[in-house]
Design a protein around this ligand. Sequence first.
Ligand code: SF4
Length: 557
Amino acid sequence: MKQERESVEFDIVFVGAGPANLASAIHLQRMIKRYNAQSATLLEPLIAIIEKGRYAGAQLLSGALLDPRALEEFFPDYRDQGCPIEATVSNESLWFLTAKRKFSFPFLPEPFSNKGAHLVSLSRLGAWMAEKADEEGIQLFDNTAATAPFLENGKVAGIITDDKGLDLEGNQKANFEPGLLLKSNVTVIGEGSDGSLARQLSALFPSGSRGQRYETGVKETWRIAEGHLKAGEVHQFFGYPLSAESYGGGWLYAFSPTIISIGFISSPGPESPHCDPHRNLQRFKKHPLLATLLEGGSMIESGARTIASGGFDAMPPLYGPGFLVTGESAGMVNMQRHKGIHLAMKSGLLAAETLFEALLHNDFSTERLGSYAERFRKSWAFEELHAARNYRKAFDKGLYAGLVQAGLQLSFPGLSLPKTQLTIPALAPLPSLGLKKRKRDFPSIPEFREDGILTFSKEQSLFHSGVMHEENQPCHLHIKPENIAEICLKKCAEEFANPCRHFCPASVYEITTEPVPALKLNASNCLHCKTCEVADPYGIITWTTPEGGSGPGYKLS
Ligand code: SF4
């Protein structure tokens, strides 16, 4: 039966309160105010931001190093306005680790340098930006998930938000409230990496995009003893605990002499089905260099997130009928610099300028919205992403080949080793790069025992993620029953040894054997990192949005 929904009309609806959409909404509102101050006719659009987390910043997680370039463009007085900058980079280094030893690089190539960058907590930065958006008069609806686009006459004309109060079987509970239909002239998709609305739109409006690729970052914040680090120290690592065939590496950023961000990026997928991003971080912390720093300290927070790492060549179309795509949803991540917040913000600013022009001309046609892609093409964000387009794929043949290729590209920036596309696609990605089914013998997974002091099990880490889900709601991870029986329990068990048990950082996937073999989903553990959806070798897992307000509740990530 079709659900009756209340409909609310807006001019612009932003989906996702991350740095891209918040920057966009603030910039747009300020342009409107400036215009209204000088014009006889007033622009008074209704603008809303919806956010599935239970508060702004709850689901934002990043290293995070912020290049302030875009922030300075739209918020030159960000420091005076109380922007939560934890520290500015004071000292940085790059290390290669073996199990027991460490080798520091004598110098940092320019593109790796973080000079002038700020160390931030992305969740705190997001919360601050949301406050500023509120001061500008923009309505932010948290606890609200966009479950589907609303289509009218072949264009996106809004979104449908989550139904609240459904039980595990999908029946209405006493507190049932149907989701709303939020109509809008333009919907701005800034859901972060692998957004579910963006995925639905890419299927509805297919393009020639090569499809995105992903890594998984697992991060912890720690309180450590004084005397090891100074505020602003930034240390990047590669090597241990990864083999030379695997892509990834670690970081350690000092917010203050006693508060640090430590994390590890891994590349789970069918080529490395035993890759366990959570365990990689735990093993990384056991390296003597890190273990000494962390001794006597305690973990404050833990979380995980995929990173859209395909760069320029994997960007989806930036616009379509009735919608724009911003931030990481649009692939705005420079893997060479391990940064994306500044690019996300810049995309938001360019989207805002496009939206302002559309409001001014009361023209929301695809042609008008297409000027966003043109703006991007003329921006420094395009130049930066284009210059770094080959960095990540240089490592597809392993660490050493990657270092050689990346080194050559740094020395000769025009050099293009792997093939690259030269344009942004006009408008369903092909299957993700790097995800190829291949039967192989897997190395046995090394024994690892967490000590609960320096290293933690996935369950222990979850206590530090603020994760919360109403248990009695429909499972948001969809796998067809026939696929569980034929693929999960037979084909995948034989070909890949059920990699979901490893790549999920929250122990959501369990294969039980009693009374009969079964796949058990601990959906309420889910960190919304999306690793399962992008690393599942058969493409049979679909992540859908649970009730708004579900998921992690980060405060310092
Ligand atoms: Fe991440 Fe949740 Fe999928 Fe586990 S089930 S991999 S936590 S999105």
